[in-house]
Design a binder for this molecule. Structure first.
Ligand SMILES: [Zn+2]
Ligand SMILES: [Zn+2]
Length: 104
């Protein structure tokens, strides 16, 4: 059997079940945008909580979006950038004021 070390992890989204290909940076699901509380700061994998993190809001930052995740277990909120493969419809549905997306 071939042995290799992966620095990035693939995982099944614990919320919607989608297979998520890790890229070593983001840990949220591109389909439902839920995340897991494994980071204290994005990417550090230092949190021991492991709770599900619900996407509670979206804001625009330059030509990217920032998702705010809130941990359902401990209540911590973490902001992180969306990834290129995130589902735009989900992003739009999460934004209360989505006028910035449509440029009105
Ligand atoms: Zn998901
Ligand atoms: Zn937590």
């Amino acid at each position: 059997m071939k042995k290799f070390t992966k620095n990035i992890e693939d995982f099944n989204c614990a919320h919607c079940g989608a297979v998520v290909q890790g890229n070593g940076y983001t840990n949220h699901c591109p389909k439902c945008l839920w995340s897991r509380h494994v980071d204290n700061n994005p990417g550090d994998r230092a949190a021991e909580c492991g709770g599900m993190m619900k996407p509670i809001s979206i804001e625009k930052s330059g030509d990217k979006f920032i998702i705010t995740h809130k941990c359902e277990k401990c209540g911590k909120t973490i902001r992180q950038h969306t990834a290129d493969n995130d589902d735009m419809e989900t992003i739009i549905s999460l934004s209360v004021d989505n006028s910035f997306i449509f440029g009105k």
